[in-house]
Ligand binder design. Sequence first.
Ligand code: BG6
Length: 510
Amino acid sequence: MQTTTNPLREGLASRTMPQPCTIVIFGATGDLTHRKLIPALYNLAADGDLPAATTVVGFARRDKTDEVFRTEMEEATKKFSRQAVKDELWQSFASGLYYHRSEFGDADGYKRLADRLNQIDAERGTAGNRLFYLSVAPSEFEGILEKLKGAGLNKTSEGSCARVIVEKPFGTDLPSAQELNSVVARTFPERDTFRIDHYLGKETAQNMMVLRFANAIFEPLWNCRYIDHVQITASEPLGVEGRGPYYEGSGALRDMVQNHLLQLLCLTAMEPPTDLTADSIRDEKVKVLRSLRPILGEDVGTNIVRGQYSAGAINGKDVPGYRQEDRVSPQSMTETFVALRIMIDNWRWADVPFYVRVGKRLPKGGTEIAVTFKSAPSVLFNKEGAKVGQNVLVIRIQPDEGVSLRMQSKIPGASVRIEPVKMDFRYGTSFGKASPEAYERLLLDAMSGDATLFARRDEVEQAWRFIDTIEDAWHKTAQPPGLFEYSAGSWGPAEADALLERDGRAWRKF
Ligand code: BG6
């Protein structure tokens, strides 16, 4: 696809404006389309970031007219959009929404799709550019990709593009991820394959690289000489929210750690890339993944704590335990919480633990990366008996996006008394506008052919290598480490606290 630079952004940013294209969403009647994809596209249109001719074709099995699809999408957008839906704008956006009914396995449905896309190109000027979004269960991928290929939709004419966006879960272990990767690779080359990890689209995750590499003050300290440890937490008050069958086969480790949390860890730990191209950045992330010390056999029990929530209360409201959730086995051994002590075996991070924690039904929602620096030398103000705390740089991924630095300060007065204070940067107050949703940025990048914020094949596979040995120790050994219970509304099992206490540390309070 040809891309042009928007002259109004010249000097402000290096991003390219995508050419108009048709986005075909497989699984258009699903939750993701309603909650995220269509609202994201509408918001891009509202902010003037979407080329006017951009067209969306919802592909699904249910019988439906374009009109009904548009009405449903309008309702969904009104409910889930981050900005109010304006009637006039909606009308013009909705004129580019179409519905295509077909079974995923029906070759004829894809031929009709090809005709329809050609017609849309002629009428709306989408110039043969296509973006196929697979928002379906992974078991459907192969069939859909083969049929796309069969209808010649994976190729386009000179100067236009055909790309595919693949939603998670990208496999359930290394062999299944490799298999999926080869299925996709048979239809689309790697450069046209965009594996979504929506955490990478979050503004604050993107800011990690800017914070580290556009400021001169952090990088010299960003290593094992000055950093004591790093904590990465993603906590959610939500339970499994009707996703029992999916979650039963996944659990917190595969659902959140293999992708989102390891991505945040990579952004925190990676070396500066040689340039800002997608591959240079992803090369550095893969190096981090390759340096993760494998957690094997008995080490799984000592370095990882898994938990499952029992009944409890969230915000004063009683909630059931995981085993009582809809379509969850009453004997389920699936973890809804996991805390890990991860070591990165390279020069920069020698002996610096990365504690990663993720859980459902925790008291408060939030994701943050906290970098704790080593203590000041034990002289002057940091003597035995009068210890002062450590400096902590906290990157708040969500909510209340921002960065804060904890440091020590003298309390005003005649005597020298020291207390920690916080220097705080908040996106909301500094920039005066809300951050766009992750999917907005990611859709626009895929339309522009920029894969920087998408997971590359080797990245996904390397992450599975790390996760698989843990899953094996939990599920394929005679004496697996325990699954600890925690009440909904607590901060996870006590064993997770013990994991840090053993190292003389504690989890940060949210
Ligand atoms: C998804 C997981 O990938 O991320 C969910 O499948 C989880 O279980 C969600 O709730 C969290 O995303 P966010 O953006 O709300 O932090």
